[in-house]
Design a protein around this ligand. Structure first.
Ligand SMILES: *Cc1c(COP(=O)(O)O)cnc(C)c1O
Length: 383
């Protein structure tokens, strides 16, 4: 079976993990954690990085840091992996879902603007302007854009909208390490951004995440909150409810080795993407995800649209090519069926019903890529 997206271990992972084991530094303190944070932050041009046990808790902490809580709404796209909505829910806030753009499958910014203009108001409370939902007067605290599949939308327009409506941005950049918009790395467009190093991501620590920010105070608090909010090196004095969300040194060691290889992995992802686009253009009814001009995506996971998605999915998985459907739209899940879903054309349903992801590991060989294409062509020859 040619796997969908698996980690690639080919660098100093063994050596660095052995170093942790040999020295006993296997837990939540250690040099590799600091090095990993620094490597990720430096790579994407952010001032600070705070490692955490996974991307989901990273998003939770980022929202918590901005004061998002039970009385708030948080805006998110209807097409995302469940982790985004889970993290929002952990804060007690309620999500508001915005339908996605049929071209690039990211949050539809025309719809977002329309929603903010028509359904929301600005209010001055205690000298602070906040955005509220007209219907119930509850605050909308933040937007969590998700850079779906390592692509992204018009982040200039998004940041301008957020400014205009006094909304904070936390980027769910979990899939997008290496992606740039107008030459700037994702993760830098909001107050905080979060990367994931889960097993299927472009590089992996097994499980892990890094919160990036350019705000020193937020970085310090992120570290504080992810380490049980202990504020004295000796005394067990904790000054608020904290979390045990720290990445352990042994996993950070893997992360350091993975970061050393990251430029190569990124190149290979791009090669695979270019190959699939060249080979699959015009095959059956295949339609690709659109990439806007000012976006340079990391090409994390190749996904395309076809009306025959279900049949193709079955065919490929039965023929040695691991493939996966796209996420069920958030508004269809039982937990979110009653939340506000802002949509005109139910694009997320169409995308869900027609998108399929195919093998895109950074370790995929040219022969394997060719086999994937051959199988897809064979399917359309018969269907
Ligand atoms: C992977 C992913 C996450 C969460 O990352 P974990 O590290 O697995 O917790 C969040 N959002 C999206 C869109 C993801 O793909």
């Amino acid at each position: 079976m040619i796997p969908l997206s698996v980690p690639q271990i080919e660098g100093n992972e063994w050596q660095y993990v052995k170093d942790c084991l040999d020295t006993g530094w296997i837990s939540s303190a250690g040099e590799y954690v600091n090095r990993f944070e620094k490597l990720v932050a430096e790579y994407c041009g952010a001032k600070y990085g705070v490692a955490c046990s996974n991307g989901t808790v990273g998003i939770h902490i980022a929202l918590h840091l901005l004061g998002v809580g039970r009385e708030d709404y948080v805006i998110a796209p209807d097409i995302t992996f469940i982790a985004t909505l889970n993290a929002i829910s952990y804060t007690g806030a309620q999500p508001i879902l915005i339908d996605v753009d049929p071209r690039n499958w990211q949050m539809d910014l025309n719809l977002l603007e329309k929603f903010l203009v028509e359904k929301c108001d600005l209010q001055l409370i205690n000298d602070r302007t906040i955005c509220v939902l007209k219907e119930d007067g509850k605050r909308i605290a933040a937007i969590v854009p998700v850079h779906v599949l390592g692509n992204c939308g018009d982040l200039n327009r998004l940041t301008n909208l957020a400014k205009r409506f006094h909304l904070e941005i936390v980027e769910d950049a979990t899939e997008s390490l290496g992606t740039t918009f107008n030459g700037n790395h994702t993760g830098n467009f909001g107050k905080l951004g979060v990367f994931s190093f889960n097993g299927n991501k472009i590089i992996s620590t097994g499980g892990g995440g890094v919160i990036v920010t350019n705000d020193e105070a937020l970085a310090k608090r992120a570290k504080h909150l992810t380490t049980q909010a202990k504020n004295d090196p000796m005394e067990y004095y904790h000054d608020e409810i904290g979390y045990n969300y720290r990445l352990v040194n042994i996993l950070a060691a893997i992360g350091v080795a993975q970061m050393e290889k990251f430029p190569e992995f990124l190149e290979r992802k791009k090669e695979t993407d270019a190959f699939y686009r060249k080979q699959l253009v015009g095959v059956g009814d295949i339609e690709f995800q659109a990439i806007d001009e000012n976006v340079n995506p990391n090409c994390w996971l190749f996904t395309f649209k076809t009306a025959k998605m279900r049949e193709l999915l079955k065919y490929l998985n039965a023929n040695g090519v691991q493939s996966r459907p796209f996420w069920v739209p958030m508004h269809q899940l039982p937990m979110f069926q009653n939340v506000l879903f802002y949509s005109e054309k139910q694009i997320s349903n169409t995308i869900y019903e027609s998108c399929i992801s195919i093998p895109s590991s950074s370790g995929i060989t040219p022969e394997e890529r060719q086999e994937v294409v051959t199988k897809i062509k064979a399917f359309y020859a018969q269907n």
